[in-house]
Design a protein around this ligand. Structure first.
Ligand code: SF4
Length: 526
């Protein structure tokens, strides 16, 4: 209300009504890195619920958030470190616990939380897990257990129930899984609990207790992976897995940890199994070395300056060896000219799980098998099958291709912000940048020609299957003339997709084509 209105004694009718910003604000916004969202997790995945429980527990705990650190390893759960607005570290595979141990030793006043998956913590990092428990290192471990390696394609892992099917145990797992609470308890953890993410409030309460209890505290969160584990075991939707938890979970506090094995179809025993007192590593250290703090003993803090510090000048970096690419070599190809150009380079990029590599393969086959031109196809991706950056690159030419890699693409189709950030600077002069407009925010300063296509939204909302977003984008590529004829690209799509999905993919291709044509027509009209 204005000062004048206040002076006249008028009543502010909006007093107490929250503003739009306040309404849109989520109570966990302060602890989430909103700029990194949307997250990479699948629909129906339980990791987000585990994160919510952790944040709620942390907010209630009263811990000084400036003195809380989160450490993750590799895997779908490993992404948590990137989404939480705390001091957080995304470490190498299986090494979250040793990293967290170092952090704690150097900063004894910190609360260090390890938030990672069953594969990372119990297989690759299994040895670290048991020895940190044995030492009673003052860490809280939240182990999200989805019974398989989700990020790399649903392989069998150390917690896969016997006889469960996975991508590497198609007739059923013939091994016996680790029982995580028993392993933690036997190795010396002071607090051990297990819940499914369906038990969100109990899970939150256990995380709260684990955060405040000294020593090595472990909370196992059984969490659905409908995309992979569920699909292999007749539970392909998140709701199927929640139904399974609802039917099979029983709460049995103080059950003996060796009695809480998880079988393929048996009970999932949940509850608090261990809550004991034992001196922590730090307490033992202080008792046996009363004259020194661990960090000072290790020389990690307050290191006195040395001569090297004073005189250190970094050596100049050697010049970067880049191939000089001139406009004459790559051509100054405009949108209209791309399809007639003799030599066209194209890059599709996004994150694992979007079908980027498959789309590149389809494009390469279209050129070589249907347009009968020369083509090379190269791909780059990380070990992750979901969420890692990936790119597919195609060179198209009427002549033999002497250098197979893409250096100055005439066309880039970017379906993820990080992929855009990495590659958009390579775009050749006059080239075209196709973006998934809901996932990429282009830099207006570049002056590049951008054709926005909401490929993922079209796939999800119009066609009902997010998986065909890559084919929507291929249709858009055909529309802007990516050096491949439309007929060849459409034919290649239909030959490459799984049997029974041809009609859906044809619609996806046509919709992408139509949408991009509409965008280009309106930009010409302007
Ligand atoms: S692959 Fe599985 S664990 Fe990974 S995000 Fe998808 S549902 Fe979650």
């Amino acid at each position: 209300m204005s000062e004048e209105a206040q002076g006249m004694g008028m009543v502010d009718e909006l007093a107490g009504v929250p503003t739009v910003e306040e309404i849109e604000r989520h109570p966990m916004d302060d602890l989430l890195r909103g700029e990194r969202l949307p997250h990479i997790w699948c629909q129906g995945c339980g990791i987000g619920t585990a994160v919510s429980c952790f944040i709620s527990a942390l907010m209630r705990s009263g811990l000084d958030l400036d003195k809380v650190a989160v450490v993750s390893g590799i895997g779908c759960t490993g992404r948590v470190a990137g989404y939480i607005r705390l001091d957080s570290f995304h470490t190498t595979h299986g090494r979250a616990i040793p990293f967290a141990t170092g952090l704690k030793l150097a900063n004894p006043e910190m609360k260090v939380v390890v938030f990672s998956g069953d594969g990372d913590l119990i297989a690759i990092g299994g040895n670290h897990f048991i020895h940190a428990a044995r030492r009673n290192m003052d860490l809280t471990v939240i182990c999200v257990n989805n019974f398989n390696y989700g990020m790399t394609g649903g392989q069998m892992g150390p917690t896969t129930p016997t006889e469960a099917r996975t991508s590497t145990s198609r007739r059923g797992n013939l091994e016996h899984p680790f029982n995580v609470p028993y392993l933690a308890a036997a190795a010396g953890a002071t607090y051990v609990a297990r819940w499914t993410v369906l038990h969100a409030r109990r899970l939150e309460r256990s995380i709260y207790k684990a955060l405040l209890k000294p020593g090595f505290t472990v909370v196992e969160a059984i969490s659905p992976c409908p995309t992979l584990y569920g699909r292999w075991n007749r539970k392909k939707y998140g709701t199927d897995m929640f139904e399974y938890y609802h039917q099979q979970a029983v709460i049995r506090h103080d059950a003996q940890p060796w009695e809480v094995d998880i079988g393929l179809a048996g009970e999932i025993v949940c509850g608090e199994f261990v809550d004991v007192e034992r001196p922590t590593f730090q307490q033992m250290y202080e008792r046996l070395h009363p004259d020194v703090r661990p960090a000072e003993d290790l020389g990690l803090l307050h290191r006195p300056p040395t001569e090297l510090d004073a005189g250190f000048e970094p050596a100049p970096l050697p010049p970067i060896d880049v191939r000089e690419v001139t406009p004459a070599q790559v051509g100054t190809v405009s949108t209209a000219q791309v399809s007639e150009a003799e030599h066209v380079e194209m890059r599709l990029c996004g994150f694992g799980g979007q079908g980027i590599v498959l789309a590149g393969l389809i494009a390469g086959k279209a050129v070589a098998l249907h347009d009968h031109r020369e083509a090379t196809f190269t791909q780059s991706y990380g070990p992750e099958s979901r969420g890692g950056a990936c790119s597919a690159a195609i060179v198209v030419s009427d002549e033999a291709i002497l250098y197979p890699y893409v250096t100055r693409p005439n066309l880039i189709a970017a379906m993820y912000q990080e992929a855009y950030t990495t590659y958009h600077g390579q775009l050749a002069e006059g080239g075209v940048l196709l973006i998934d407009e809901d996932l990429v925010q282009p830099d207006p300063e570049t002056g590049q020609r951008v054709v926005p296509v909401p490929a993922t939204r079209i796939a999800e909302q119009e066609l009902g299957r997010a998986q065909v977003a890559n084919v929507v984008m291929l249709g858009a590529i055909a529309a802007v003339g990516g050096g491949i004829s439309t007929e060849a690209l459409r034919q290649s799509v239909l030959e490459s997709v799984p049997k029974g999905t041809e009609e859906l993919n044809a619609r996806a291709f046509d919709r992408g084509y139509e949408y991009a044509q509409g965008v280009m027509a309106s930009s010409i009209a302007e």
